[in-house]
Design a protein around this ligand. Structure first.
Ligand code: ADP
Length: 473
């Protein structure tokens, strides 16, 4: 099984491919060289046979012209031929015969089947092939030089010897080169792929519990180094997300624990003694308050989770923002009067924006409720709406407790509440502003805050004006 796995590994596949390419290359190269050399050699042999036949022709012709030879071959010519074809040229076979076919002279090895003494055209040389039982195939140059026919032959087997030696060298070298290629390829790919094994091992070790571990960086800045950097930054992001998730779970648990502890304490107290009717009512209404608080937390959490998962569909209709602000300002006046606040709607021009009317109302309700809640009794809250550069800009300002610069960065985080907000009796859960920001974002809007501790807080929301409708009547 392990061997099978190893054979299917990238190392084996790379090595095999690489070796196959090399083997293919050697075979193609070897064959091309073999065939090309064969053709070259054939031509060279034919040229040399023609040259030799011509040389003998000149020799015989000279003698004939001098009138020394007539019908027979002189001893001088014979000696010249024997000397010429001695040593390195001993494989050449020279045959001289009369044009009637009588053999006059034959040098070199014996040739049983003489080439057909077909009388060629005078003073032309042609190349022929004959088969000899002993010498095998022969290439022969035939030339007629009256009164002789000159034939110079060379055995094919001897000519092909060099080529067959070359073939033997290729046959021996190919497996050797192939073996070296396989071994070298296996070693090289092994060296290159080794860090991947280490990366896999480290990645396997990393779980939610030890996300602080990182894959050791490489000395060389190559593709694998880049992969390691990418994986390490991915692990960092995972670590951050896991951290946020843990913090979030702790916050949820903490927020739900407070009302549950109150309800448990009150119930235990109620069981320990007999309650009057008023006390019972008080207990039930306290439980109701806490359950309302818990279900609000759960509703807000569900809303944010579904928003994050993209499961919430926003309506996209024309919404009269001024109408929403008027209604909310009226509600705020009633709500704020309990604490002696004055609520003022300073400017509210008619304006249409595109979006989900219920969500937009929810956003401003969160901001106005916060303004009332985080302002000491007798404070002042003003709501102001203006149109600027194709956008409507609504600010809600209070003369409340304010927000410190450090907290200003964090108030849009889930469950974040400033220290001063925690000590207040109002049981906020820190989910209002994240919801407000999500609603603003989903409408291509913005939400910003300015504040001075103990003096004021101003939340400003902007939305693009609905340009598909010029305005309302
Ligand atoms: P909460 O339910 O606590 O009001 P929010 O998400 O609406 O949750 O607000 C987060 C925190 O921001 C509040 O707990 C409070 O500390 C601070 N905050 C929000 N609005 C104001 C404001 N108008 N004045 C002062 N602090 C504010």
């Amino acid at each position: 099984m392990a061997i099978l796995k190893k054979l299917r590994s990238a190392q084996a596949v790379l090595t095999l491919w690489y070796s196959l390419v090399i083997a293919g290359g050697i075979v193609v190269f070897g064959l091309s060289v073999y065939l090309y050399l064969g053709v070259l050699q054939e031509q060279a042999l034919e040229n040399s046979l023609v040259e030799e036949a011509d040389w003998i022709h000149q020799l015989v012709d000279l003698e004939r012209k001098q009138g020394q030879s007539f019908g027979a071959l002189s001893r001088d010519v014979e000696r010249s031929i024997v000397d010429h074809f001695a040593g390195g040229m001993q494989n050449y076979i020279v045959v001289l015969s009369t044009s009637r076919g009588d053999l006059l002279y034959q040098s070199g090895r014996r040739m049983e089947n003489l080439p057909p003494a077909v009388a060629p055209e005078r003073d032309t040389t042609y190349i022929d092939t004959v088969d000899d039982p002993q010498l095998g195939r022969l290439r022969v140059a035939v030339r007629r030089t009256d009164p002789f026919i000159i034939q110079v032959a060379f055995p094919d087997r001897v000519a092909r010897e060099v080529l067959s030696r070359l073939l033997t060298i290729f046959a021996v070298l190919t497996p050797v080169v192939l073996f070296l290629a396989l071994a070298g390829g296996w070693f090289l790919t092994g060296t290159v792929l080794k860090p991947i094994g280490r990366i896999t091992q480290t990645a396997n070790r990393i779980t939610a519990e030890n996300l602080s571990e990182r894959i050791p960086a490489r000395d060389v800045d190559d593709e694998l180094g880049e992969l390691i950097t990418t994986m390490n930054s991915m692990i960092s992001r995972l670590q951050e997300s896991f951290g946020q998730m843990r913090q979030f779970l702790m916050n949820v648990a903490h927020e739900l624990k407070t009302p549950l502890t109150i309800m448990k304490g009150e119930s235990e107290l109620a069981l320990s003694r007999h309650l009057t009717a008023d006390e019972t009512r008080e207990l039930v209404s306290s439980h109701l308050r806490e359950s309302v608080r818990m279900s609000r937390i759960v509703d807000d959490l569900l809303l944010l989770a579904r928003a994050e998962a993209g499961q919430l569909v926003m309506e996209k209709v024309s919404v009269a923002l001024d109408e929403i602000l008027s209604e909310l300002a009226e509600d705020a006046q009633i709500l704020g009067s309990d604490k002696g606040h004055t609520v003022e709607l300073t400017a509210n021009p008619p304006v249409l924006i595109r979006g989900d009317s219920a969500r937009i109302r929810q956003l401003f309700r969160i901001l106005i409720t916060n303004a009332i809640q985080y302002t000491d009794p007798g404070g002042h809250i003003s709501i102001d709406s203006r149109i600027e550069d194709g956008r409507v800009r609504v600010s809600i300002e209070d003369s409340g407790i304010g927000i410190s610069p450090e907290s200003m960065e964090r108030i849009f985080e889930r469950f974040y509440r400033t220290e001063s907000a925690r000590t207040r009796s109002h049981g906020g859960s820190g989910l209002g502003l994240p919801i407000a920001r999500w609603i603003a974002d989903s409408h291509q809007g913005t939400i910003d805050v300015e504040s001075k501790v103990g003096i004021y807080s101003r939340f400003t929301v902007t939305f693009p004006i609905d340009s598909s409708r010029p305005g309302k009547d």
